[in-house]
Design a binder for this molecule. Structure first.
Ligand SMILES: [Zn+2]
Length: 429
């Protein structure tokens, strides 16, 4: 077992709480003195009071940050330092409305790399691994920090932006990459193209895939499909442009995501009441980052649904663990025939059937009823009628309602190397 910062990663719960209080106090000393956004939000609060009354502080929301950037364009007022102090701009993918801009100083960016060091060691990435990043190095934060952290750790890093999928596969094989960092959807896309071209990915040097941006890394059948195609282990990772890279799956304990509580304060709340929920109960993850003071996030509502446990893990860390990873998004819950349906559960069912190259879920309204339509793109050699029937009955078995299922021509559904949006709401367009 390897650790990046053992003196912090191996603390017990009490030690972690002390460390968080220390880091919070130092952050509040800066933020409450010079950050216009949080000074306005919290009024005249001393750093000591802010730490003591932390759980009473109002939440920060995405809508609030968006409004702030509209009012104070282009970067908003959540800046603790003069603009000259910042050296990096990134912006969100804009997959949910307009893009949010985030700025980092050199020290904030070093903190991102530090978090990635923890993720890599937890994921079992070693000094001799060669990492490939099939990701377009544009304004979206994606794997930028992951790339630079791995360079700092001394790994050979292979940037694969601006290439076709076929060219990326060739590059991966030629350079004997052992670790791939991408979205789950893009991992499956690479597997699809490799199969078409007779490339033996399972026989390649790849031994780990670190996936992020979508829930797929913790969806059992999606994960199994990726692991089979690459003959490698999938490691799920959670991160957001707004807060930073906050979660990773350790190699010793698959099927859950640790929250890096030495660098983040993590809380879980009931999304409607805002009240804290306990271990094992599902709720919305609220995150405070502790090392990004230039544009901090304090009690930020992520919109991600999780279920936490706090027992010490076999990997030695006492970081909270989100069983099953990110279960879904608060605003992606679909209400069909009296049931809350998670898009991630539909994905698990669809990928579990096999023979599906890509799919999309459409939710529409028929009279007073919501209807789910699943559109499938069969993979090569799969009979579309048989596939549609198999998927219909699999969804009916698992979720007790009969969806509309139809097959579409190969190559018609979107495939993305960024966050995929497989849920389309026809009633809201
Ligand atoms: Zn662990």
């Amino acid at each position: 077992m390897a650790y990046h910062i053992p003196q912090e990663e191996l603390l017990d719960r009490q030690g972690l709480a002390q460390l968080q209080r220390r880091k919070l106090t130092a952050m509040f000393e800066v933020v409450l003195a010079s950050n216009p956004f949080f000074r306005k939000k919290y009024g005249k609060l001393s750093p000591t009071d802010a730490v003591a009354r932390f759980c009473e502080l109002p939440f920060t929301t995405r809508a609030e940050l968006q409004d702030d950037q509209t009012t104070y364009p282009p970067y908003g007022s959540n800046l603790s330092y003069p603009i000259d102090a910042y050296c990096r701009l990134h912006q969100t993918s804009g997959s949910r409305g307009s893009a949010l801009r985030v700025l980092d100083r050199t020290v904030d960016w070093n903190w991102w790399r530090r978090c990635w060091g923890i993720i890599y060691r937890g994921a079992g990435v070693r000094r001799e691994d060669r990492l490939v990043f099939p990701f377009s190095f544009g304004p979206f934060i994606g794997f930028w920090a992951a790339f630079e952290s791995a360079v700092e750790l001394g790994n050979l890093c292979l940037p694969a932006g601006g290439m076709t999928t076929a060219a990326r596969l060739q590059y991966l094989m030629e350079n004997s990459a052992t670790v791939v960092c991408c979205t789950p959807t893009y991992a499956l896309r690479m597997a699809e193209v490799a199969a078409e071209r007779g490339i033996d990915l399972a026989g390649s040097a790849v031994r780990r895939l670190i996936v992020a941006g979508e829930p797929g890394g913790s969806i059992p059948s999606t994960r199994a499909a990726i692991e089979k195609a690459f003959g490698a282990r999938v490691i799920d990772h959670a991160g957001m442009s707004e807060v930073g890279p906050h979660g990773f799956e350790c190699e010793e304990s698959p099927g859950g995501v640790h929250l890096i509580e030495s660098e983040f304060v993590c809380e879980v709340i009931d999304p409607s009441s805002g009240a804290a929920v306990g271990d094992g109960a599902e709720g919305e993850l609220v995150v405070t980052n502790l090392g990004r003071w230039g544009m901090p996030m304090i009690r930020y509502r992520t919109g991600d649904l999780v279920r936490l446990s706090h027992e010490r893990c076999v990997c030695g860390r006492s970081y909270a663990r989100a069983g099953g990873g990110i279960l879904g998004r608060v605003d992606d819950l679909v209400f069909i025939r009296g049931n809350n349906v998670y898009p991630a559960v539909i994905e698990d069912v669809v990928r579990g059937v096999g023979g599906v190259a890509e799919f999309q879920m459409r939710v529409g309204q028929r009279g007073a009823m919501s209807e789910l339509t699943v559109e499938l793109e069969p993979s090569a050699g799969t009979d579309s009628n048989v596939l549609a029937e198999q998927v219909t009955s699999a969804i009916q078995d698992r979720l007790h309602f009969r969806p509309m299922v139809r097959c579409v021509e190969r190559g018609t559904l979107p495939r993305s190397e960024m966050k995929s949006r497989r849920l389309v709401r026809d009633d809201q367009e």
